[in-house]
Design a binder for this molecule. Sequence first.
Ligand SMILES: [Zn+2]
Length: 306
Amino acid sequence: MSVLFIFIDGLGLGPDDREINPLAAASTRWFRLAGSLPAPGADGRVVVATDATLGVPGLPQSATGQTALLTGKNAPFMAGRHINGYCTRRLAELLEAHSLFGRLRAAGRPAAFANAYTPRFFQDKVRLRFPSVTTVAQRKAGMALRTLEDLARGEALYQEFTNALLRARGYDVPLVSPALAGARLAALAARHDFTMFEFFQTDLCGHAQDFPRALRLLEDLDGFLTGALDGTDLARDLVVVGSDHGNLEDLSRKTHTANPVPTMVWGAAASSFANRIRTIADLAPAILDYLGVVPAGALANPPEND
Ligand SMILES: [Zn+2]
């Protein structure tokens, strides 16, 4: 029994408008998500429109959204606002106390963050000083960041999983088809109880308002996801796709949106899992429950006035 969580940054549910919403125009199996959603189970998945604002005014942002996804806590409320960009000290405290990775590791359950980091990352003083939420979550859980050596062994993927971007930056790595990248991710997930992969080209593309690129990204993601699903024993395991906030679904604007985000779930337990999801803070507790990891409850909860 395992969970593969594919996190897609900046993917929301918007209007069925082919002028502004690539998800209304994409000829894909899984990402034509605009207007009405597929009926639960009709195509092997359950899709839930999931609140990403968490009741906090302003547009949802990545750092607080990802912290909510990873901890199950209302991170923007606890931090006082939606926070973009790098992980603040307050968010790092939340991750240290509550992240899925830390909780699973404490329970002796193998967990993996599938993304590979480049040598350039480890030399970049700014990036090291201002890390992302997912990087901090791994570090706080005592996990080693995966590298291009892991990638070469098929034990990690680059965030842009075809490696085209890595090659453009001068790294000598083979191009990988989306389907093969998905299959590699599924193979990694089969060896862990929980595996997360982070994809954020969608968010960058939303900010750039690049419609043709958005369609290509959705097609690549579609093949990637199909590869991952084909490589997963869905009678036993769960595949979950989620996001932190909207962006790509409305290319008429440069910013994030307050739209709900899709949570997509595949597997025998998809319905019961999906029934628990209302907001992006519901994913982490649902994943821990599915894996039979008992909530730490009061032990790990910060004081009320925190
Ligand atoms: Zn963004």
